[in-house]
Design a protein around this ligand. Sequence first.
Ligand SMILES: [Zn+2]
Ligand SMILES: [Zn+2]
Length: 156
Amino acid sequence: MDKQDIKKLTKKKLIFEVIKERKRNKEKDQIIHDRLESKKRLHDLRLQLDKEKNITKELRLKLSQQEAIANQAQNMSAKLQKIANENKCYICKLKYEVTGGHRAVSIKCGHLFGEKCILDHLKRSKACPICKSLTSYKDVRFIIAGQNLCTAELLI
Ligand SMILES: [Zn+2]
Ligand SMILES: [Zn+2]
């Protein structure tokens, strides 16, 4: 091997080394790039997860609001049922009439009954059938059912 050959060989070796180094660098770049990509993907996934968590939270809130509304509606219908029951004569359990013998009347304590029912009751007892307060015929008053009615109309 002469000097020239050695030079050539060294040059070749150097070129080979450079190529090898470049290849290694390229692989490193790829690894770094991949890591960055997966980091980005992880970040995106976290964002997506946060969004979904918020949606779930909102849905839960809406659901609980709907449950509250449903509960209110149930309470309201129970109250309406109570009012409807209270608007029936306690003695015979029938609705009051606007005219006739079963109009709503109050007695001294304020409790309401159908007229003929309470008059029959007062023949036997002077105590309110509900609260047992003492009352008499002269405490019996007609109840005016609405704005458009007056006592005169009730007496027809
Ligand atoms: Zn009655
Ligand atoms: Zn009473």
